[in-house]
Design a protein around this ligand. Structure first.
Ligand code: SMG
Ligand code: MG
Length: 369
């Protein structure tokens, strides 16, 4: 296909409740959507970067700038583009994986809509529904945390993930474990700890957690190896895993025995599928992470999570966990699961009146000059 134009849409989506992690609190999602206009039709992708560079070095304004100034012009200049060729065309730009992923997803959406194939079919999904977990932010008090967790258990979520940080770890985990009994439970530190905390983190072992996610900074594989040797709770990497090769390296070094896969973090769904495949070869289970996506990004995540080796429930929660009104038909939890869309491409349609109504900037259209 030929890419005729790339449009950037910026929206503000209020969250149903503020989400606090070890790196800060957000009350609203600063959403960047990308539409590609191509010779075979349009496609949409969602950029997962946060408003500020606090989860990763990428952030929304930076993604919009690198797409506008480098990535979109390169795609528009290419004679022939397919989803498979996007990564190669954009390789001259270092990093910026979340920005690249949004574009690749939009191109894939256009391509698959044209040939009538869904994301799930294209990725190799082996199930029609996926088990869902929910990520629970740091709360103002243990009582409020327990109320929130109970509401998710009542809604049917199959796994609870607690955000932790120094000063908010053993006590909330103990209280939640007592509340939820045998329900699957895991924790996510978003890099808030250091090597000096290894003994302290060992105290989590008594709670029978599925895993502890990313306790140390993303570049530090070595300290994760030390922790994995010191404690019985499985260590799982998120921020550190930026592509399939890094996943293999971290696994073979003993830093991670379960992997969180986020397509945006690894540069797109094609690389996410490759990451899934290499982990499967090494018999390492994976699960699908989340970045507070709208229904557009959620549709693709649910399709990814339907691959064989996604054996643990993902951070693929229902629309009402995040937003009062989603940008697509809402994803609704049924028996703790979400259904994989089967229509071509992402399989969902954006509610254009909402996309326009929630806009925070005019649409930016990048075309050849
Ligand atoms: O999409 O349900 C979701 C959020 C899941 O906790 C979640 N994501 O480190 O895994 C993670 C975080 C990153 C985003 S926090 C604002
Ligand atoms: Mg995480």
């Amino acid at each position: 296909m030929k890419i005729e134009a790339v449009e950037l849409h910026r929206l503000a989506m209020p969250l149903v409740r503020p989400f606090q992690t070890s790196f800060g609190t957000q009350a609203s999602r600063d959403v960047l959507l990308v539409r590609v206009r191509t010779s075979i039709g349009d496609g949409w992708g969602e950029c997962v970067a946060m408003a500020a560079p606090v989860y990763s070095s990428e952030y929304v304004e930076g993604c919009a700038a690198v797409i506008r100034d480098y990535l979109a012009p390169a795609l528009i200049a290419a004679d022939d583009v397919s989803a498979e060729s996007v990564a190669g065309i954009l390789r001259f730009v270092i990093g910026n994986r979340m920005a690249k992923a949004a574009l690749e997803t939009a191109v894939l959406d256009a391509e698959l809509r044209f040939i009538g194939v869904s994301f799930g079919e294209y990725f190799g999904a082996t199930r029609a529904e996926v088990d869902c977990g929910v990520s629970v932010g740091i709360a103002p008090s243990i009582d409020e945390l327990l109320d929130e967790v109970q509401s998710y258990v009542d809604a049917g979520y199959r796994r609870i993930k607690l955000k932790i940080k120094p000063g908010w770890d053993l006590e909330p985990v103990r209280a939640v474990r007592e509340l939820i009994g045998e329900t699957l439970l895991q924790v996510d530190a978003n890099t808030a700890y250091t090597e000096a905390d290894i003994d302290h983190l060992g105290a989590l072992d008594e709670f029978g957690l599925l895993l502890i996610e990313q306790p140390f900074v993303e570049e530090d594989i070595a300290t994760h190896v030390l922790l994995a040797r010191a404690i019985s709770t499985p260590v799982c990497l998120d921020e550190s895993i930026v592509n399939a090769e890094i996943a293999v390296d971290a696994i073979t070094r003993g830093a991670t025995s379960i992997v969180n896969i986020k397509a945006g973090r690894v540069g797109g769904y094609l690389e996410a599928v490759r990451s899934h495949d290499v982990c499967a070869e090494l018999e390492i289970p994976v699960w699908c992470g989340g970045m507070l996506e709208t229904g557009l990004g959620r549709a693709a995540n649910v399709a990814l999570a339907a691959l064989e080796n996604f054996t643990l429930p993902g951070d693929t929660s229902a629309s009402d966990r995040y937003f009062a009104e989603d940008l697509t038909e809402p994803f609704v939890l049924v028996d703790g699961r979400l259904t994989v869309p089967t229509a071509p491409g992402s399989g969902v349609e954006l509610r254009q009146e909402l996309v326009a109504g929630l806009a925070t900037r005019p649409v930016l259209s990048i075309r050849s000059n």
